[in-house]
Structure formats: C-alpha cells, structure tokens
Design a protein around this ligand. Structure first.
Ligand SMILES: O=P(O)(O)OC[C@H]1O[C@H](OP(=O)(O)OP(=O)(O)O)[C@H](O)[C@@H]1O
Ligand SMILES: O=c1cc[nH]c(=O)[nH]1
Ligand SMILES: [Mg+2]
Length: 219
C-alpha cells in the first residue's frame, strides 16, 4: 500500500486540520463536520490525478472542445458514523460515483479499554472491477478499515482500492500495509505517532464521531 500524506506539503489543508484538533474550535459541530468535508474535497482532488482518463469531445455554442475526463467506475464507501462528512466531501467532486455505506463501531463488552469492532450494516452496489474509495476520518489501530475490507468481500473484487482518511497513527498505517493489496493507495491528511491504551490517536483530535454528531452512549 502506497501512502500520500497531504500535510507533507504546506497548504491550506493544514488550517482545516488544526481547527479539527483545537479544543477551542472543535466543539463547533458544524465547523468540525465542514472541515472534514473540506479535507475530503482536497483529497478527492489529489486522488483524481491518478484516475484513468479518456478524450471526449464537447460541443460549445461556438465549436468543439476536446478534454480528458475520468473513465473509472467509482464507488465511495464510508464507514459510519464519522465517515459521513468525509463521504460528502469526496462525493462533492465525483458527481456520478456509486455509494456504499457500512457500519463499524467499537463495542466495549466489559466496559473497560478492551473493545471489538462490530460490522452490522452494509448497503453496497457490486464492486467487481470498479475503483473503490474507502473513507473514514480516523485510522487508529486500523481494525475498522481491515474489518470493513473483509465484510466487503462478497460484493466483488475492486480493480483498485483508494483509502481516504484525515488523521492516522504510524501503527495503524503499518498494519494496513499488511492487510490491503500492494497497489492500494492511502490518502491521508496527516499521521501522528502515538496511540493511547484506549486506542485513541495522540495528539489526534478526540472522538471524531462524537464531535460530528454528539456523544453516544457506550453499549
Ligand atoms: O482504526 P480503528 O482503531 O478501528 O479506529 C478508528 C475508528 O474509530 C472510530 O469509529 P467509532 O467506533 O468511534 O464509531 P463512530 O464513527 O460511530 O464514532 C473512527 O470513526 C474509525 O471508524
Ligand atoms: O483517536 C481516535 C481513535 C478512534 N476513533 C476516534 O474518533 N478517534
Ligand atoms: Mg467514535
């Protein structure tokens, strides 16, 4: 799996990432969701440079224009809940993409730091021969992305997989390299170096799902 970290190049993306992390700004839920969406738009644009293109003729009122347009059959699959604003950002740029939604959440059976990832809901078109874009803003241990890859197997084999995420950990990225096909590519806004004992990214930003949509009860 190849990795492209957006923050390696200074750009306005750094401003959106810093607002997601900043405790004095991140409690504004609308801004938090919109910043994830904006990073989805930026990463969709970067990813679009690696799609396949074909020449098309466009009729203008004054003549003919020739342009190269993407020809991939795209499926955007996001992991609920926190994947929703990232999904929207990617979809804002890929107008005609098909869409999948899958749930993956951390279940704490004993109410301590141990958790398992449960996948319970999946709605997806066929992925056979298509370009799959898997979106989740947080890549902590990497277990959500890997469990979702497994759960999508019955939907067919994509020709190519792009993963899109906002904040990752070194450990999660290294784990996904062992799980995803070699020619997959991870587009990620930035990568931190630590995970705490609860599997949270440090410094990270906290709980992305709760910051987007309000605190959920543990069950
Ligand atoms: O890499 P991992 O260790 O699997 O952690 C990352 C996952 O954790 C969060 O989901 P969470 O279970 O909190 O669900 P939520 O989006 O509903 O908050 C986040 O949105 C990722 O899906
Ligand atoms: O740091 C983390 C880890 C998992 N999920 C989050 O929302 N944040
Ligand atoms: Mg959460």
């Amino acid at each position: 799996m190849e990795v492209q970290e957006i923050s390696e190049t200074n750009s306005v993306a750094n401003q959106f990432i810093s607002q997601l992390r900043d405790t004095s700004i991140q409690s504004d839920r609308m801004r938090f969701r919109r910043n994830i969406e904006r990073l989805g738009e930026i990463m969709a644009y970067e990813l679009s440079k690696e799609l396949e293109y074909e020449k098309k003729e466009i009729t203008t009122p004054l003549g003919k224009s020739h342009v190269y347009l993407p020809k991939n059959e795209l499926v955007i699959c996001s992991i609920l809940r926190a994947g929703l604003p990232l999904h929207q950002g990617i979809l804002n740029y890929f107008d005609d993409a098909e869409n999948s939604f899958i749930s993956a959440y951390r279940h704490h059976p004993d109410n301590d730091e141990n958790f398992e990832i449960l996948v319970e809901y999946l709605a997806s078109p066929s992925l056979e021969g298509k370009t799959l874009i898997l979106a989740d803003p947080m890549l902590a241990t990497g277990r959500s992305f890997s469990n979702v890859l497994k759960a999508l197997e019955p939907m067919g084999t994509p020709e190519k997989i792009h993963l899109v995420s906002v904040i990752g950990s070194d450990e999660g990225v290294e784990y996904l390299k062992t799980v995803f096909p070699k020619d997959s590519k991870l587009w990620i806004s930035t990568i931190d170096h630590e995970l705490d004992k609860n599997g949270y990214i440090v410094p990270g930003l906290g709980d992305a799902g709760d910051l987007c949509y309000g605190n959920k009860l543990q069950h």
